[in-house]
Design a protein around this ligand. Sequence first.
Ligand SMILES: [Zn+2]
Length: 241
Amino acid sequence: MHPERLQAFVLGTRDYGDTDRIVSLFTLEHGRIRSFARGARKSRKRFGAALEAFARIEVQVRLKEGLCGLTQAEIHSIYPRIRGDLNGIAHALYACELVEAISPEGHPLPRLYRLLSAYLDRLEATAADTAERRFFEINLLNILGYRPSLETCSRCDTPFGGTGALLSEGGELNCRFCAGSGRPVSAATLSLLLSCLATGTFGSIPFSAETTAQAGALLDQAIAAQVGRRLKSVDFLQQVS
Ligand SMILES: [Zn+2]
């Protein structure tokens, strides 16, 4: 099979044997793929610094089920400003680990590719903050079809209107009649999250401290319900921020 040129972000890498490396990529053309970079540990000549986490690269791969063969990689951007700031690194690693954990393998998701690209560009341009991480997460869940219902009760379909909702353990939002208890999520927070979906521009939606906290509790549970395990980068994120 002829090798194919792909646009990609490096989601993560792990060493294989003494000389090789397995590289997880999120590509524009085929979504998430796993690739085998022969000799990547032994000689940096072939791949250079291209195989670092959250680097944006152009790769040449031989596509196949399971592990693809990575034959060439050129750097588009390594995001040097993110790499100069621990908080920025923590947010970028988190974004990549989340995409790796939650996206299906071999399924093109160009909207998610553009979202990740926009988020890394934003982290490169300005200091990382929690509100923008939440903006990234709600858009990611929406693209994948995993976002909680923000408009109506997930059990009885009654619109939340001005009264807000209650958050259940599994990350669902319910009305006060269906859920006896749960963490309150205000109408303002629900409406703010819906506005995040209406624009693709980071930094355009103002989060208050209260909406950041409520949206955070909701998104953490909705993501945990999909991923089913704690992401390693969450601990790093908490240490540095
Ligand atoms: Zn209900």
